[in-house]
Write a new protein. Sequence first.
Length: 410
Amino acid sequence: MKIRTLSFLGMLVVVLMLLALAMAMPASAAGEGNILRVGPGQEYATIQAAVDAARQGSRILVYPRIGVDPERYEESVAVTTNNLQIIAQSGDVVVSPPQGRPGFDVNADHVTVRGFEIVGAVCASGITFQGSHNTFAENTIHFFQGPCNPTAIQCIDTDGGSDYNTIENNSVSGADGTGVAYGIFVSASSEALNKGNIIKDNTIVDADSRGIYVGNGTGFQISGNQLEHIHTGDCILVEASNSAPQGEHRILKNTMFSCAGHGISLSASPGTVLAHNRIADNRIDKCGQDCLALKAGSGAALTHNQVMSNTVGDSFANGVLLSAGQDAAVNENLILGNLVYMSMIDGISLTAGSDHNRILNNNVQESHKVGVSVAGDYNLIVGNWIWNNAMNLEDTGVGNKWRNNDETVP
């Protein structure tokens, strides 16, 4: 009995000592799940100081500098610690990076950057990142200047693996074609892929080269974005440029107006595979090139894609284009239920080499040349309403089947 009592008393002493040590730790230490505050009168004067002090699981709350000099956080914030939340506490928290440096540079996983106004400098981007499961949301990024082609939100991952990030509800604006070159740019190089990233509900106005660019990825969701006045390039471009098979993208419910290039473009570079993508319920108005283009370079495969229920109008080229380079496979694609109007060339055009596709139940009207023009072979063109075009139908291919198409003017 005495031995058991002494053992119990010894354990009790150890527990009490541990509790005393825990109570003696400073309350402001940046530990697991702690809250760190940045701003005038707060514990940290700069965002970078708080980030450097934070451990995984911390929340960093950033307050505005209104009424103090300077009123902006003049810094480029580098984040290398996983699992941080960096949250602006009002819409007046402004970050202004130095020349050539991004507002935030995230090289970590599970990081959130939310609610900041990021005001640009010369040759600086708004947010750059590599990593997975990050969230960039509700930021306003504007007044970034060239001539170095700055990007509002950018991921260039040379070895891939920047996966399942979310870019949502951000507002990006340039300055009448002299601001950001790209609104959102997510790419991998070499033989790498980025997977499962979500780009949704962003507003991008006055970008110079591209609104949204995705290069070498699979399983992206690009949805609910609004893009206006893209001055020299495409509003949305998804490109396969390495030999890793890719696709499974969902491009849904985006609205585009005044794209100097294509509205939405799927582009398979020579020798690549881009397949099983879905483009649906988008609205595209005023395109300098084909509003909705699926293009395969020499020897590429662009197959099993769905183009459904889009509204496409006022194109300076074709409304919807399927284009095959030499020895390319552009087949088993579905063009279904789209409204295509006022194209300067053809409403729906399939070039030679675009074979075994289905063109079903589309409404094509007021094209300046041909409503539906098919130069490929063995395609199925059924149930389309094709009316009031300069020429409604043109078939220069072999073995195409035309059934139940209506050329009646309403």
